[in-house]
Design a protein around this ligand. Structure first.
Ligand code: PA5
Length: 454
């Protein structure tokens, strides 16, 4: 009944998103300077001549990956927010936790990979420098590649870390190369990073116009990270493309993003479920949840609606991982305030499933799960969690990925992007700006100036 009552609103939202797909125009979206601005992320999955991810750009990324393979020993990605979170998901899904401990052969010649630039944390960056120095001692000609990802081209965290790491590598006599990913414009609108890259002859990859950080995983921002560790970027885009096609269906029961967004909107607007737990049942998808935090929080957390009225809209995102957080957060999800909607993500078929051996069958408590694949224990835990929540009228849903592949990852990430675009329309907020982050930046600028003045 609730979904039915929303039919006029979701039909209108669907039409607005269809229009955005065709023309890049989302009514009511304004840039930082208050000017109408295109929203082009729906074009990203399509590899089309003249389009954003045109065939040459895809080939350029694949070519860099070929050059890096068996030549570069370690790559360090410097980026933050939208210039970090999406790429980290691709890395985690492709490489897993132990990538940097594997041999070069096991990594198929792809480099070790690190992320430094998503904070200004001396302990972390010192640890990285120490590691790279020690690692390079074992190999002559050891080469580190820094990939600096910044749309605006001068963000404090990535740029400061880049300067620190590069200086340390040069001081230690370690070969260091740089690649930049930034805004494509030259001339008046050229970013500092773009100018530096041009003058220094670094390869440059692009953050396209009309694509905000939180939607940029399907652009060179995320794809380059994937390409450099052997992730299949074409399959990732194919998954996004197929999801985009499915979501062009006006029938809500055939359009996963529309249905998902409507259910979550109703949960919040009608039933006060203003917090959203994204809880994948897979360690390697924790970063999917971290990526989604930004997507949801920056897109929908808005003081003003599109007409300028104060609405203070938003749903607070919460990162959780199953089963880990069943031993930490579930108590509160089950018995705390009824203010949450819980979104699970599960994988139907695990390619490297492991079976618990029959080691202690004389102990009934251990025999209860001996002989079972870990994936079936995981799914039993997830469905038990869902059943317990349902028993107390607590809404939850599950996205099932048939397998954890680039294709299905592309599907689910694109579905989440579209779902957020739809909800922006129901909530009547601009899902594509982020005026709130400008406020602290003004204070930070003043404080840094004072620090420089001593
Ligand atoms: O979504 C956003 O716009 C932000 O999270 C940015 O991606 C983040 O601040 C990094 O900005 P930049 O890529 O300009 O360095």
């Amino acid at each position: 009944e609730d979904v039915k009552a929303m039919e006029p609103a979701y039909t209108k939202a669907h039409e607005a998103v269809m229009e955005m797909r065709k023309t890049g125009i989302m009514a009511g979206h304004l840039s930082k300077d208050g000017e109408p601005e295109a929203v082009l992320f729906p074009q990203l999955p399509y590899i089309v001549e003249g389009n954003i991810n045109n065939p040459e750009r895809i080939m350029a990324m694949e070519e860099l990956a070929r050059q890096v393979r068996n030549r570069v020993d370690a790559v360090v990605f410097f980026g933050i927010g939208g210039s970090y979170l999406g790429g980290k998901v691709l890395f985690d899904v492709q490489c897993g936790e132990f990538w940097n401990l594997k041999s070069t052969e096991a990594r198929k010649g792809y480099p070790k990979a690190f992320f430094a630039g998503n904070n200004v944390d001396s302990h972390k960056v010192s640890g990285l420098i120490e590691f790279l120095k020690a690692d390079s001692a074992a190999k002559s000609g050891y080469t580190v590649m820094g990939v600096v990802i910044s749309k605006s081209g001068s963000t404090i965290e990535p740029m400061s870390n880049y300067m620190v790491v590069r200086q340390a590598m040069e001081d230690a006599g370690i070969k260091f190369e740089t690649v930049a990913v930034t805004d494509p414009h030259e001339g008046e609108k050229e970013t500092l990073l773009h100018g530096l890259a041009r003058k220094s002859g670094w390869p440059i990859f692009y953050v396209p116009d009309g694509v905000g950080g939180r939607f940029s995983v399907f652009s060179e921002v995320g794809l380059l990270v994937g390409a450099l560790v052997g992730f299949d970027i074409r399959q990732f885009l194919a998954g996004a493309r197929d999801m985009d096609k499915a979501c062009q269906n006006p029938d809500i029961w055939q359009n996963p993003a529309l249905l998902n967004s409507v259910l979550k909107y109703i949960s919040g607007a009608k039933y006060g479920r203003d917090l959203e737990v994204l809880m994948p049942y897979a360690d390697s998808l924790k970063s999917l949840s971290e990526w989604y935090i930004q997507l949801l929080a920056e897109s929908l957390g808005k003081r003003l609606d599109k007409q300028g009225n104060v609405v203070n809209y938003g749903r607070t995102p919460i990162v959780a991982v199953g089963t880990t957080d069943m031993h930490a957060q579930t108590q509160e999800h089950q018995e705390g305030p009824k203010d949450k909607v819980v979104q699970f993500v599960s994988i139907a078929n695990w390619k490297d499933d492991v079976v618990v051996p029959h080691m202690y069958d004389e102990y009934p408590k251990l025999a209860a799960f001996s002989g079972l694949p870990l994936s079936s224990i995981l799914e039993a835990a997830r469905s038990s969690n869902a059943e317990a929540l349902i028993g107390d009228g607590r809404p939850n849903a599950n996205y099932i990925l048939p397998e954890l592949t680039p294709y299905h990852l592309g599907e689910v990430m694109f579905m989440l992007c579209l779902s957020i675009a739809y909800e922006g329309e129901f909530a009547n907020v601009d899902a594509f700006n982020q005026p709130g982050v400008e406020v602290y930046k003004k204070f930070l600028g003043g404080r840094l100036k004072k620090l420089q003045e001593g």
